[in-house]
Ligand binder design. Structure first.
Ligand code: PMP
Length: 285
């Protein structure tokens, strides 16, 4: 089956899906994005993702291309046309097409909107979750506005590649205080020996993950204690468990950091439980 993308108002075959070479997304990475999980053909926590998109657009002063409910219809339509049952939907909005100049283009320049969707392999993801993933640390080298979900991901690309080259699946950034901020495409968590879940506060240094926010609500409902504070790679290595959260991975156990095993080197029970329970607390639309 051929894949279909939404590009600026049209549903087109992937091979015909293109934007101008003068799109500011292409020229300057002047855009924002969202990724939602798709389960049973339905979007997970779309409203929260949509609200974060609006915030990212506002922070960058990019015009909202259409109301959120209209954008939601487009996402659902792309999922439907691609027959995605289990996978992801990707949405990108850029400042639009204009003659290359760093400063903003003329008012009235229409933002560009692209939506794609693809199937993922649930068995493969569950197998990864059963084994857990390896993490390496990487010096924080991103701009301070990592709270904006910008398509400017070059530091994240380099960190992820460094992880891959060391046989790991994710890189955890470590800031100048020696604290973990987050992963290159996920939020970072540990579980203390007395069973408290710890993740950095969303105030600084991280993207406020939607999966993180939903998990915080799940923890409250499950009466699991939460600490929102920084932690160091050393504390993480000495912790009972570690895991990451992201829409594409939900809760994914971490079994080693920089080659040093966490606990017994196997996925921890709390991470496993939270992975199983997560969708009870998520919203399907
Ligand atoms: N931090 C970064 C840097 C990310 O790229 C992502 C995934 N987009 C996350 C955290 C997790 O966010 P979410 O749970 O909304 O997918």
């Amino acid at each position: 089956m051929s894949r279909i993308a939404y590009v600026n108002g049209r549903y087109v075959a992937m091979r015909d899906a293109s934007v101008s070479v003068e799109d500011r997304g292409y020229q300057f990475a002047d855009g924002v994005y969202e990724v939602c999980e798709v389960r049973g053909g339905r979007l997970i926590d779309w409203l929260r993702h949509g609200k974060r998109l609006q915030r990212s657009l506002g922070e960058l002063r990019i015009v909202e291309p259409m109301p959120l409910n209209a954008l939601g219809l487009v996402l659902h339509e792309v999922v439907r046309r691609n027959r995605v049952h289990y996978g992801i939907v990707y949405l990108q909005v850029t400042r639009g097409v204009a003659r290359r100049d760093h400063a903003f283009p003329a008012p009235g320049t229409r933002p560009s909107v692209v939506v794609t969707a693809r199937n993922a392999n649930p068995e493969k993801n569950e197998k990864t979750a059963l084994e857990g993933i390896k993490v390496v640390t990487f010096p924080e080298n991103r701009w301070p506005r990592v709270d904006i979900k910008s398509t400017s991901l070059l530091p994240n690309v380099l960190a992820k590649q460094a992880a891959r080259e060391q046989g790991a699946q994710e890189a955890w950034y470590v800031d100048s205080n020696g604290d973990v901020t987050e992963g290159s495409s996920s939020n970072a968590w540990i579980v203390t020996k007395d069973g408290r879940a710890v993740t950095r506060s969303a105030e600084t240094g991280i993207l406020p993950g939607i999966t993180r926010a939903v998990l915080i609500e799940a923890l409250a409902a499950l009466q699991i204690k939460l600490e929102e504070r920084p932690f160091t790679p050393q504390e993480a290595t000495d912790a009972a468990e570690a895991f990451i959260t992201a829409a594409t991975m939900i809760v994914m156990p971490v079994v080693s950091i920089d080659g040093r095993a966490i606990g017994d080197g196997k996925p921890g029970p709390l991470a496993r439980r939270l992975r199983e329970q997560f969708h009870r607390f998520a919203t399907f639309s």
